[in-house]
Each structure stands twice: as C-alpha cells, then as structure tokens.
Design a protein. Sequence first.
Length: 151
Amino acid sequence: MKIKLDDLTDVRTIELISIHLAGMTENSPPESIHALNVAGLKQDDVTFYSVWEDEEIMGCGALKELTTKHGEVKSMRTVEKYLRKGVSKSMLQHIINEAKMRNYTKLSLETGAMEAFLPARRLYESFGFTYCEPFDKYTDDPNSRFMTLQI
C-alpha cells in the first residue's frame, strides 16, 4: 500500500472521485452534499492523495487548508473491494501527519449524519476526533456531523 500526492489526471483517480460523488448523492440530500468534485480538489488550498497497490487505486483523501493553523479532511473514500483492509486508517493517519508537519493546531471535517456514514464517524472517533459545532463556512444541518481533532 503506497500513498502518493495525486494531481487528479489519472482516469482511475477521476473515476474514484465520480464514485465518491455518486455515493454522496445516494445517501444525502443535495443541499447537504459538501464533497468536492475534481475541479474543487484541484484548488490551490487542497492537497489530494491517493492510495495504490501496484497499479490499482485503493482509496483517496484530501487536506484542505482553512487557515495557517486549521485544516479540513476532505474526500475520504475507499474502493469497495478494499474496504476493511486499513486503507482509510492509513490515509487518515497520513493526513494527520501532514497537518502536523504544516504546524496546524486543529483538523476538522464534515460527514453525514445518516446510517451510511456511521463507519466513517467511528473511524474518526477512533483517531480522537470529537463532535463540534459547524466550522469555517458550514452551517447547522441535521444531515451533517462536524468533528475536530486538536493537534
């Protein structure tokens, strides 16, 4: 398993982002979807990573800089055949390590409130993330849960 900086030009990466967005659409009402598309992930304030096993993509994740001290976890997704094989744990640890190297003091995220997002919330909880109020430009939304980790 290798995590690499990804420029979002590989068709396999783009396909994974499409799958991620489709999954958000299946499980969240449109007004509660905060996932970034490829163009959003290519913005200067976002660093995108992918996880690979040889030539096969296993998952992805991103780190968005909100301020010089606060980052946001974005676009965490594991390819279905690699679920429960440590891909998300490895990616989340990579993002946390990167946040530490950037001297962030806080790392936050938004995820869904629905049952489909329970495994993600449990993953974040296992890394020490706690529930918080909306941050940055987010507002209260019954379909969203906000979490943060003090670094």
